[in-house]
Design a protein around this ligand. Structure first.
Ligand code: SF4
Length: 220
């Protein structure tokens, strides 16, 4: 009879350390673990190239004024613009958001499609927003990679900062199938860890990954 010895591989160990850190340090934002597909979709659109603090500052006002996709579809660009102006590019963004809301109401009965390809095809959504919306809403293990996620994974596994997301995507494709992966907790923790410590100039001394991170090990 063989005794099964389970070894923890580097991906499992990475996920475990990141997620454990997140349990005590995760930022509290109203869109995290939200169950409203409309709010998650619009939030992810607003977060593109915009800091989460800025989005957080207008979030309650936005959804108090437009609580449903129908309410948003009945609004005007100037009404939307008046709320989202602190984010910048408010006129363009307001028109895009309104156009999307009208299309969802008129063509899809106001229902956000829970399918990445269908969602990504909608004008103003795109692959990243579609993937993030599906993952953060349903917990499906989709590929979600932004600059924070890329920087942590790239530095941790390769010790480098690559110009594109290619190597990080390959690593993520190995991580996502892991058993017992709480994908939302993992991504939120990774985003926050990148935001807190793994900035352009990283603060490795305070980072929970410092003892096993290739980037930190190679620079000493
Ligand atoms: S140890 Fe440094 S480089 Fe590595 S993930 Fe943490 S902050 Fe980033």
């Amino acid at each position: 009879m063989f005794c099964e010895v389970r070894t923890t591989n580097k991906y499992e160990s990475f996920v475990s350390n990141v997620t454990k850190w997140g349990i005590d340090h995760l930022g509290v934002f109203p869109w995290r673990f939200c169950e409203d597909s409309y709010k998650i979709l619009i939030t992810e659109i607003l977060l593109v190239r915009t800091s989460r603090d800025k989005v957080n500052a207008i979030w309650q006002d936005f959804f108090a004024r437009f609580p449903t996709i129908s309410a948003l579809a009945k609004s005007t660009p100037s009404e939307i613009s008046s709320i989202i102006h602190p984010l910048g590019l408010q006129r363009i963004r307001a028109s895009q958001i309104l156009e999307l809301a009208i299309r969802l109401v008129e063509e899809l009965d106001g229902i956000v499609p829970l399918n990445i390809d269908a969602l990504a095809r909608l004008k103003g959504v795109g692959q990243y927003v579609a993937s993030a919306t599906i993952c953060f809403l349903t917990g499906e293990k989709t590929l979600v990679i932004d600059s924070n996620i890329n920087r942590v994974i790239d530095r941790f596994f390769s010790g480098e900062d690559h110009d594109n997301y290619k190597s990080s995507m390959t690593i993520l494709e190995r991580i996502l199938p892991l058993d017992n992966l709480d994908v939302r907790m993992f991504y939120f923790s990774l985003i926050d860890l990148g935001y807190e410590y793994c900035r352009r100039v990283p603060d490795c001394e305070k980072c929970v990954l410092r003892t096993s991170c290739s980037y930190n090990i190679h620079r000493h």
